[in-house]
Design a protein around this ligand. Structure first.
Ligand code: NAP
Length: 359
């Protein structure tokens, strides 16, 4: 496989640090640029991020002495040094939109963790096992932007990465109504228990903007390319409640679902067991071998025990049973900063590389 030079925009942040650790020994991607705000630019990665390193594994040796570039002032220079960049920055939505478009227009493709462009009609929002064909909209996006190579592709929000994969293979039974309550880890807010001690022995029943994302993003992921845009699916009807819970990593969702044509429990289990997507077919480096994993035990999946399944890239499901108001209910779990954030973006980049979008 061809080798690609890559940059990490927002390298000092929580998601950026995760990118650094995931890319350290990547078989295709070589990190050549680390960039952050003007506050960090000019310092080594170790000077800028060493004291706020939040990963369980140490900062990659090969990156410690890299000098951070300025993500906004150095766009042209960075675009000349890499084949594409990952992006995860904490800035205002309009600023992120403009920043990502400036990179794309400088012919540097962007694979983004940010929400800013998730509803731009010609920007694909991809869960690689579910809607890999949406990357074909990039042709239309390039025409709009007037670019040859440059484009923006995004991953979806971490909250939907556990229940949408579990529901996806069941679409053939006609998903009608979905109710999902999510129990979201504190790393999703860029925090751990040291930096957010108020979360010990606590639960907060509100995560700004999360319920809207959780209800709307699945419909774009299940949408269809029509002309120059991705048109959202019109069903299922989805309602959610998103709670912050005292868990370090791993978002759990309690899901209730009704179908047009109610399947049997055995049919659902079979669908989950047999489901594989393009990442599995292509054997992409970060693709889990078994994407959807059903646990028979009543007390699984558990965040602490199961979030790291297949390097944090698999989804765990349990407790499938009939419900008195919906057809079925079940519980599912995914690692929010791996599958749900940087890992999901790395898998998307692998799909784009395998399909020639960085050439
Ligand atoms: N945490 C998660 O699990 C998660 C999941 C999905 C999506 N996301 C999204 O990913 C993005 C980053 O999240 P995070 O948790 O990693 O945030 P974070 O830890 O606060 O890191 C923010 C990063 O943005 C950089 N930055 C801030 N202002 C900038 C500017 N003006 N120009 C260039 N860079 C700037 C920071 O650089 P300095 O260090 O120099 O300030 C830092 O590298 C957000 O859009 C978030 O919504 C996060």
């Amino acid at each position: 496989m061809k080798q690609y030079n890559v940059g990490i925009i927002g390298a000092t942040g929580m998601v950026g640090q995760r990118f650094a650790t995931l890319l350290e020994n990547h078989p295709w991607f070589n990190v050549k640029v680390l960039a952050a705000s003007p506050r960090s630019a000019g310092q080594t990665y170790e000077e800028a991020a060493g004291s706020r390193w939040k990963m369980a594994v140490p900062m990659p040796e090969s990156m410690k002495n890299m000098i951070l570039m300025d993500a906004t002032a150095d766009i042209e220079k960075i675009a000349g040094m890499v084949d594409f960049c990952f992006c995860a920055v904490d800035m205002k939505k309009d600023e992120i939109k403009a920043l990502e478009e400036a990179y794309a227009k400088a012919e540097c493709p962007i694979v983004s963790n940010n929400s800013a462009h998730r509803f731009t009609a010609d920007v694909p929002m991809v869960v690689p096992e579910i809607n890999p064909e949406h990357i074909e909209i990039i042709k239309a996006q390039r025409e709009r932007l007037g670019t040859k190579r440059g484009f923006i592709a995004v991953k979806s929000n971490c909250s939907i990465q556990s229940y949408v994969p579990a529901l996806h293979p069941l679409r053939k039974f006609g998903l009608k109504n979905v109710l999902a309550c999510t129990y979201q880890a504190i790393s999703g807010a860029g925090k751990n228990f040291e930096t957010w001690p108020e979360m010990v022995d606590n639960l907060i029943p509100f995560i700004g903007g999360e319920e809207e994302k959780s209800e709307q993003e699945p419909l774009k992921v299940w949408g269809e390319i029509k002309g120059n845009e991705i048109v959202k699916a019109s069903s299922p009807a989805i309602t959610t409640q998103c709670l912050r819970v005292p868990v370090s990593d791993g978002h759990t969702a309690a899901v209730f679902v009704s179908f047009d044509k109610k399947p049997t429990k055995e049919e659902i289990l079979q669908c989950w067991k047999e489901f594989a997507g393009v990442p599995q077919e292509l054997e992409l480096p970060h693709a889990p071998k078994q994407f959807l994993n059903y646990f028979e035990e009543d007390n699984r999946p558990q965040a602490k025990l199961d979030r790291d399944l297949e390097g944090g890239m698999a989804v765990s499901i349990g407790r499938l049973r009939e419900d008195t108001q919906y057809d079925y209910k079940f519980v599912c779990l995914s690692h929010n900063t791996l599958r749900g954030a940087a890992g999901g973006a790395v898998l998307l980049a692998e799909l784009l590389a395998a399909k020639g979008y960085f050439d």
